[in-house]
Design a protein around this ligand. Structure first.
Ligand SMILES: Nc1nc2c(ncn2[C@@H]2O[C@@H]3COP(=O)(O)O[C@H]4[C@@H](O)[C@H](n5cnc6c(=O)[nH]c(N)nc65)O[C@@H]4COP(=O)(O)O[C@H]3[C@H]2O)c(=O)[nH]1
Length: 687
């Protein structure tokens, strides 16, 4: 390796001798000579490895050369090679930064001196580099954004950086000497930490997410890398943990996850999540053989709002609509926004088309009132389509598609309505909807009418009474039979009004016949289970009798067998109260319920009406005949009369008469007819 040497010497021969000497010592000198300051500075610019400098020069000096070197902060080995440097000057030279001095008359020392100063320089450079490295490491350690914690082999903290303090909230002096365990949150179990240590001991590293607790008590997630630090012998002396607080990352992740499954505007589930839930619900429904419903909801003319009032108003409207709909459904129903003005609803416990229709109606109703949106008063309507599992589809996509198709049908039919994918269901639900709305006003509008069916004494053929049967005469629906509206009236809570009307009308009719001179001994009126529960029933019956001026034993109330068994004690009290008014009691549809005979004995009854299902099969089904016989025998033993319902054929009447049944009612004698259509044979006239 060539050695670049700057020789500061006024005598060229001396300079050459020095170079020669170096060559002899095994160096490969490439040298230049300077004899004044100007040459010297030029030489320095070449970046020499070594300076050999005479102490006394005519136009320069070793002293000056050293000063210039220091001024420039240059660290170049500097040896004084002088003929006559005294001891004092030599000491001064060393003080000023010379590394050695060699007398010109002892050139043999030069090689050794050069070797030594070069080695010292090398060591100094290494040391300086190490120092610089250390300083750099410290700066990096303190300034790095990641928290760093260093423990000794026993796991006690020996060093932490500024980021550690910022993230954990603990100052270094509060943390040092402690095991990092003090940062633990309760989020991980023992197995987690066992696993961490096992990996660290086995591989020397562990990397992962860990939840720790700040000094403030707040639990936060960090991304942590722990590495074992071994010494030269491979023994672990330290562990270093580098971590970053990933709270923000987690929040962003959560936000991203949320938006992946939710609609950004309304925060409702989006199509993906809805489909997931539907698939899941279908698996469940399949396992439990249950049904479910998908409702497709599309706002009517939403585009007009967007186009005329602008998108911000449209968005606000969608928000309000989604809020209203969310409030109208149950917490476990899934309402999703598919995009634009399309929503879809999953009803998991839709055990019937009826519930789906009820919810659809509720949704239409919840939108009915206007909304105040950015200063505008807006009213939106919606068109809904309903598909049902399993009737309308077995899988999620089919059900959504079919609900969509049904929604389209609703649009075609003038919007603001719902349609089932299966048309028959729509018809049924529509009828119910119409009925429910109009039934409420039926009594007030005078649309109810009574038909009367005679009850005949089997033995004599004499008229013993009539049963009053209500019909609803609706201008569009026609004459609606009670089976189609009584249960609905019970459900929507208006049976009380209907029952009261029937009772009064029937009593009035009986009084009218009396006035016309027709001898009708008794009028039977049906009671609904909901009426029995009504505390005002006795009062109602008493006033109906009073208003019509009817005497004792002219009114008979029919209650069903299942009604009697409902709440025995309460019912018994109610029946006794009615009975005390002189009203007779008959058990309707007897044989279809499960009567407790001992209990039956305790009730103030007069008659059992044999259900028409047994009467129908007289002559065809021996079993039914046996039941009829048993009911007649039972009634007789209880001291009650029997009335056979639904007698249509003469042989049925003959059988009943033979078996001792008292009364009969049925098409054989007469269908239920309006009062004006009944004809009373003269024999029914009072004598
Ligand atoms: N196949 C056949 N049917 C016959 C025959 N004779 C009579 N019927 C029908 O059998 C039903 C007898 O009434 P119910 O068992 O009390 O059953 C009644 C009763 O439970 C209820 N209902 C009728 N009017 C009222 C009322 O004012 N209040 C209450 N709560 N329920 C009523 O509605 C039910 C059905 O009434 P309707 O449709 O009028 O049906 C009546 C009558 O029209 C026959 O020979 N063959």
């Amino acid at each position: 390796m060539p050695l670049r040497v700057l020789i500061v010497e006024d005598l060229p021969l001396d300079a050459e001798l020095m170079a020669l000497r170096l060559q002899e010592e095994g160096f490969d000198p490439q040298w230049t000579r300077a004899q004044n300051q100007e040459n010297y500075l030029l030489g320095l610019e070449q970046g020499p490895d070594l300076i050999l400098c005479d102490w006394h020069l005519p136009r320069f000096s070793g002293q000056r050369a050293l000063a210039l070197l220091r001024e420039r902060g240059l660290n170049i080995p500097f040896i004084i090679v002088s003929g006559g440097i005294g001891e004092e000057a030599a000491v001064e030279a060393l003080r000023l930064g010379a590394n050695d001095y060699v007398m010109k008359d002892r050139p043999a020392r030069l090689g050794e001196a050069v070797r030594r100063v070069l080695e010292e320089k090398r060591l100094r450079d290494v040391h300086d580099r190490d120092q610089e490295q250390l300083r750099l490491a410290e700066r990096v350690f303190q300034n790095t954004a990641e928290g760093i914690k260093v423990t000794d082999a026993a796991g006690n903290l020996v060093s932490v950086n500024a980021a550690f303090e910022t993230i954990t909230g603990y100052r270094a002096e509060e943390a040092l000497g402690r095991n990092p365990r003090f940062l633990k949150s309760a989020r991980h179990d023992a197995a987690f930490y066992r696993n961490l240590w096992a990996t660290l001991l086995e591989t020397g590293h562990w990397r992962g997410e860990i939840w720790n607790r700040r000094k403030s008590g707040e639990v936060y997630p960090e991304w942590l890398t722990i590495s074992a630090v071994p010494d030269d012998q491979g023994r672990v002396t330290h562990y270093v943990g580098v971590f970053s607080d990933i709270t923000h990352l987690k929040e962003a992740q959560k936000q991203i996850d949320f938006l992946a499954y939710h609609d950004a505007l309304t925060h409702l589930p989006n199509r993906t999540l809805f489909r997931d839930r539907l698939v899941h619900a279908l698996a469940h429904a399949r396992r439990e053989t249950r049904t479910l419903a998908v409702l497709f909801i599309d706002l009517d003319r939403f585009k007009t709002v967007n186009d005329t009032l602008g998108h911000p108003v449209g968005d606000e409207l969608l928000l309000q609509v989604s809020r209203r709909m969310s409030e109208a459904i149950r917490a476990d129903d899934t309402l999703a926004r598919l995009g634009g003005d399309e929503f879809v609803l999953l009803l998991e416990d839709a055990d019937s088309a009826q519930r789906a229709a009820t919810v659809a109606r509720k949704l239409l109703e919840c939108l009915a009132s206007s909304m105040r949106v950015s200063g505008h008063e807006l009213t939106v309507t919606a068109s809904l389509g309903i598909s049902l599992y399993p009737t309308d589809g077995e899988d999620a996509d089919t059900l959504i598609r079919h609900a969509d198709r049904a929604m389209y049908e609703a649009k075609q039919r003038g919007r603001n309505n719902f349609q089932f994918f299966t048309q028959a269901l729509t018809d049924g639900a529509f009828e119910r909807l119409v009925m429910e709305n109009v039934l409420r006003g039926a009594v007030g509008r005078g649309e109810l009418v009574l038909h009367y069916q005679p009850q005949i004494a089997l033995a004599s053929g004499r008229l013993m009474g009539f049963e009053a049967l209500v019909r609803w005469n609706h201008p569009e629906l026609g004459l609606v039979p009670p089976g189609r509206f009584i249960p609905l009236a019970e459900e929507i809570g208006i049976i009380g009004d209907i029952g009261a009307w029937v009772l009064r009308a029937a009593c009035r009719q009986l009084a009218d016949w009396d006035a016309q001179g027709f001898a009708v001994p008794r009028m039977g009126v049906n009671l609904s289970v909901k009426q029995i529960d009504d505390a005002g029933l006795t009062e109602l019956v008493a006033s109906a009798l009073r208003e019509a001026g009817l005497g004792e034993h002219r009114l008979e109330l029919e209650v069903t067998e299942s009604m009697l068994m409902g709440v025995p004690e309460t019912n018994r009290a109610a029946l006794n109260a009615i009975k005390s008014l002189g009203v007779e009691l008959a058990v309707d549809d007897f044989g279809t319920g499960y009567s407790n005979l001992a209990y039956l004995k305790l009730l103030p009854l007069d008659r059992l009406k044999i259900d028409q299902s047994f009467v129908r099969d007289i002559g065809r089904d021996g079993n039914d005949e046996a039941i009829v016989r048993a009911i007649i025998a039972l009634a007789r033993s209880l001291g009650l009369e029997t009335v056979a319902e639904g007698v249509e054929e003469a042989h049925q009447a003959e059988f009943l008469l033979r078996e001792g049944c008292n009364l009969a009612q049925g098409y054989l004698y007469s269908r239920p007819l309006p009062a004006e259509a009944l004809s009373f044979p003269m024999c029914f006239r009072r004598d």
